[in-house]
Ligand binder design. Sequence first.
Ligand code: ADP
Length: 171
Amino acid sequence: MIHLIKGDISTFAGDAIVNAANTSLLGGGGVDGAIHRAAGPELLAECKTLGGCPTGEAKITSGYKLTSRHVIHTVGPIWRGGSQNEAALLASCYQNSLQLALSHGLTSIAFPNISTGVYGFPKDLAAEIALRSVRRFLDKNPDVEVSFYCFDDENYSLYRGLIEDLDEAAR
Ligand code: ADP
C-alpha cells in the first residue's frame, strides 16, 4: 500500500524513515538536517561508524529520538543533465532501501523525494522513478506499506497526479 503525506518526514511513526543523505553520511542540510536534528546527536555518532555510503546504496541505523525505529540512509544521484546514469541510480536508492528494510523485517517505511532538493533532479522524472520502483517492490512484497512525504507543493501535486494515474491504470 502507498500513502501520500504532505509534511515533515521526521514526524513519521513507524519502522523506518529513509534519509536523503550524502556519501559521507555525516549530515547535511534539507531533509538530512531535519532528521539529524529530530534524532539527536547519537544518530551522527552511529553514522560516523559506517564509513560513508556510495550513491544508489543504503545503510541502516537506529532512529534514536525519532518516532521512527530506524533510519535508512541512502544517497541519491546529483543531477548532471541525465546522461550520468542518474535515473538508474535514483531507482537503486528506492530498491536498495526497501530491500534493506525487508532484510530487517521492517514493513512501514517513509520516503522523502530523494535528489529533488539541492541535488537538482527534475521533480517530475524523480516522482515517476520513485513510484515505479516502489510499485514494483510492493507487487512482490504486498505486506509492506510505503509513505511518501512530500515537503513542497510541487512534489505533492506531482505525486497526487501520478498515484491517481496508476490507480486508474490498475482498475
Ligand atoms: P537531496 O540532496 O537528495 O536533493 P534535499 O534534502 O536537498 O536532498 O531534498 C530532498 C527533498 O526533501 C526535497 O524535495 C525537499 O523539499 C525535501 N525535504 C526537505 N526537508 C524535508 C523534511 N523535513 N521532510 C520531508 N522532506 C523534506
